[in-house]
Design a protein. Structure first.
Length: 443
């Protein structure tokens, strides 16, 4: 590490730009792999887990039980943020990111080997729960490091939103890969997909992990963290320190994600159960539509990250929250026609309002925290939203539909999330044009 840091300290401008490109690529590739793993589980939850691990329940109860295990991954994410945030601020961004990738990859691979209810009864669901928790811990530590690895190599504030949006690119890319693999294997004849085909996407994750490790090992530590080491400003207990010094920023970061995260998992996970169960549409139609939506996000996520550099982080983010709150009603209006073309259109367009938030989000949150506490604070704020937004969202959507028998009840929930996001974002400071490489405690 010392040799690496010494070499990095004397990088020429050309070498610095080369490292910046490597950091952005490593962040995008790494998050793509981690989110492929996470979304493969999401897809399996909606398509097969209720049938294989809760076969004695009625369909609605089985879906609720499967989504309850799904939610465990979100509860675990703040745990991962606390563990890896500590080490990310103590030993560096790069080393911590390698650990999160290995943890996530191993847990995902083992999911493929879990026996069903028919083989070991309820213990299959127990094993899924444990592995889902480990997945959540890995993802919880991944996001903050990926964003910082990319953003902290930037020398100018003019492109931070754009650079920080590339780790966010890993979400639609991972969603695309997971849906593509599931779609391919779901074409298997008879009961083959339910019997063993669903396991293949999880087995393939081990290959992706090897690719991710190769890419990340080629990147040097960020200049910002190297400066913290040189100036002897490494905190002994960064997680405790950020909770003590920047609690407001942690809470606002979590609340600001309500309108982004809750609708996202309704648009990409709940829709599988809703589309095939309630609307009686084909699984392939729904998966293909989500696949197409993720392709649109390849372009819209970095676009909105770039726009946030031009018009300001908060302004772009609030505009996205307003659009998302309105789109919930359009979305379920189109879905409830059950017309395949309109359903396809609703799903494909659904991620654009989300991306208006997700593109600038990484920079908005990471910039809120001082450098020596940034991995801990940004990770914790970002991942706390998993408990109040992402994890409960499919459960809340399922429960609302069960009670009111209408998608518009879910649209009202999306609107409520948007209002919370707008209020939280208005209370945050905008660092779009500020130098974030030096300490700026807000206590």
């Amino acid at each position: 590490m010392a040799t690496q840091n010494a070499a990095a300290a004397i990088l020429s401008e050309e070498e610095h730009q080369r490292q910046l490109r490597r950091a952005v690529i490593a962040s995008a590739v790494g998050t793509t792999i981690e989110w492929y793993d996470f979304f493969a589980y999401s897809l399996a939850t909606g398509l097969v887990f209720a049938k294989l691990y809760f076969p004695k329940d009625d369909p609605l109860t089985g879906t609720l039980n499967a989504f309850a295990i799904y939610a465990v991954g979100f509860v675990a994410r703040p745990v991962g943020a606390a563990i890896f945030g500590h080490y990310g601020d103590r030993i560096g961004r790069k080393s911590t990111l390698i650990a999160t990738l290995l943890l996530m990859g191993l847990a995902t691979f083992l999911i493929a080997l879990v026996p069903t209810y028919a083989s070991i009864g309820i213990w299959g669901a127990v094993l899924l729960t444990v592995l889902r928790f480990i997945q959540g811990v890995g993802v919880g530590g991944e996001w903050g490091g990926s964003v910082l690895l990319s953003m902290e190599w930037a020398r100018s504030h003019q492109h931070r939103g754009f650079l920080a949006s590339w780790p966010q690119f890993g979400v639609p890319a991972g969603l695309f890969l997971a849906n593509l693999v599931v779609l391919a294997f779901s074409q298997m004849s008879g009961s083959a997909f339910l019997d063993w085909g669903w396991r293949v996407p999880f087995l393939l994750s081990i290959v992706l992990v090897a690719v991710g490790l190769w890419v990340r090992l080629s990147v040097l530590e960020t200049p910002v963290f190297r400066r913290l080491e040189q100036e002897n400003k490494i905190e002994r207990a960064p997680m405790l320190e950020v909770i003590r010094k920047q609690p407001k920023e942690i809470l606002l970061s979590a609340l600001a994600r309500m309108s982004e995260q809750a609708p996202f998992y309704i648009f990409t996970a709940f829709i599988l159960a809703y589309g095939t169960g309630t609307l009686k549409l084909s699984r392939d139609l729904i998966v293909t539509a989500v696949l197409t939506a993720s392709v649109v996000s390849f372009f819209s996520v970095p676009l909105f990250g770039h726009l946030s550099d031009r018009i300001g982080r908060r302004r772009m983010y609030i505009l996205g929250a307003i659009t998302t709150g309105i789109y919930g009603f359009v979305y379920f209006g189109l879905l409830d026609t059950a017309a395949p073309t309109l359903v396809f259109l609703a799903i494909v367009l659904s991620l654009i309002p989300h991306d208006m938030l997700y593109g600038p989000q990484a920079a908005l949150i990471a910039e809120s925290f001082t450098p020596r506490l940034r991995y801990s604070g940004a990770s914790l704020g970002y991942q706390l939203a998993s408990i109040i937004a992402g994890g409960p969202a499919p459960l809340i959507a399922t429960a609302l539909f069960a009670e009111y028998k209408s998608g518009y009840a879910i649209a009202v929930f999306i609107l409520a999330c948007a209002v919370i996001t707008i209020l939280a974002t208005l209370a945050m400071k905008d660092y779009t044009n500020k130098d974030i490489s030096r300490e700026y405690d807000q206590s």
